[in-house]
Design a protein around this ligand. Structure first.
Ligand SMILES: *[C@@H]1O[C@H](CO)[C@@H](O)[C@H](O)[C@H]1NC(C)=O
Length: 341
């Protein structure tokens, strides 16, 4: 039987060796994490200005990876997160990036427009809509570090109605909006509003193609005289806070939608149907390009985002549909609108 002194020594010994073992494991973890950070930097072409910035970014990266892994390990959710291009940004930084902060809610109460789908019967709508399968959606684009989600959102909805009414899918120019549309809320990379973009497209006599006025992800001087490749006649707002009305519109054409894209779950969304709590401070413009129901009966909106294909489901996002909050998941039902031909 151990004497008290031996027992104390044994405990101290364990304390020493055990903490050394833990420290070694931490070091191994850090080494593995540092390697992961290096690989991530290479994958996303991230270059830091010095060792101090790299060390600081590494701490953020590590905390995000741990958050993502802990979230996914809970296992009880309908969606999961992934280590994407935003992995070295804190959530506060992400909320402040132009990538996320580009939508400017209307400063004045909107005057109600007509709603041409008002009399559509929801019961008569198809259970699933995916405008990609009808060839009305161009490939995922990437706005980069320019707060012009509003332009991408408006262009996606315009590309949709143009394809539906003319049979031709044409990738249209966001840059023309960024450079030339400087009225209302629209201020290039400093943000804008989809309805103001529609107004510009109408007044401008259409938009030119992506190829003839390519995206640069920065504010530029308006190159006038570009040939219009697609036109719209007008635009309408979907009645606010009414997911059934939004469904009528989305069944008919892709729709511009504003959401609160600032949550950590939005930052790192990787797949599945986003559910649960979400903010409603609208700061990001996307496009609703369909809806559906999963095998387990979860209803969702299918959204096209403009953060490249490394975010979400190859650039797309599914968000829970018909939730009890009338504003919709992340406020998606608050300010939807669409162009008309
Ligand atoms: C919907 O139906 C009502 C009643 O028939 C009609 O007055 C209204 O113009 C219709 N609205 C649209 C957008 O077709």
């Amino acid at each position: 039987m151990a004497t008290p002194k031996a027992l104390i020594l044994a405990i101290l010994g364990c304390a020493f060796f055990c903490s050394a073992a833990f420290a070694a494991r931490d070091l191994n973890d850090d080494a593995a994490m540092a390697l992961r950070h290096e690989q991530w930097m290479a994958q996303y072409n991230r270059v830091y200005k010095d060792a101090a910035e790299k060390a600081q970014r590494f701490e953020v990266f590590k905390a995000n990876v741990k958050f993502i892994e802990a979230f996914n390990a809970e296992g009880s959710r309908k969606f999961w997160l992934g280590v994407n291009q935003f992995a070295d940004l804190t959530n506060d930084e992400f909320r402040a990036t132009k990538t996320n902060k580009g939508f400017k809610p209307s400063p004045v109460k909107k005057v109600p427009t007509g709603f041409r789908y008002a009399n559509v019967s929801v019961d008569a709508l198809p259970a699933t809509v995916d405008w990609r399968t009808k060839g009305a959606v161009t490939p995922i684009k990437d706005q980069g570090q320019c707060g012009c989600c509003w332009a991408f959102s408006a262009v996606a909805a315009t590309e949709g109605i143009v394809k539906i009414s003319t049979g031709k899918l044409v990738s249209l120019s966001e840059q023309e909006l960024v450079d030339c549309d400087v009225h209302g809320e629209d201020q290039g990379c400093e943000g804008g509003l989809m309805d103001d973009a529609f107004k510009f497209i109408i007044k401008n006599g259409g938009l030119t193609t992506e190829t003839s006025y390519p995206y640069t992800a920065e504010d530029g001087t308006c190159k006038s005289g570009s040939t219009s490749a697609a036109t719209i006649k007008g635009y309408e707002d979907v009645p606010a806070n009414d997911e059934a009305a939004l469904m009528k519109a989305v069944a008919s054409q892709p729709v511009s939608v504003a959401v609160d894209g600032g949550d950590m779950t939005f930052q790192f969304y990787s797949g599945g149907v986003m559910t649960g709590s979400c903010g409603t401070d609208l700061d990001h413009g996307i496009a609703a390009i369909g809806y559906g129901v999963t095998g387990d009966g979860t209803k969702y909106w299918l959204m096209k985002n403009s953060w490249g294909t490394t975010w979400g489901e190859n650039g797309y996002l599914r968000m829970e549909k018909d939730i009890s909050d009338k504003r919709g998941m992340c406020g998606l039902a608050m300010e939807p609108s669409y162009p008309t031909k």
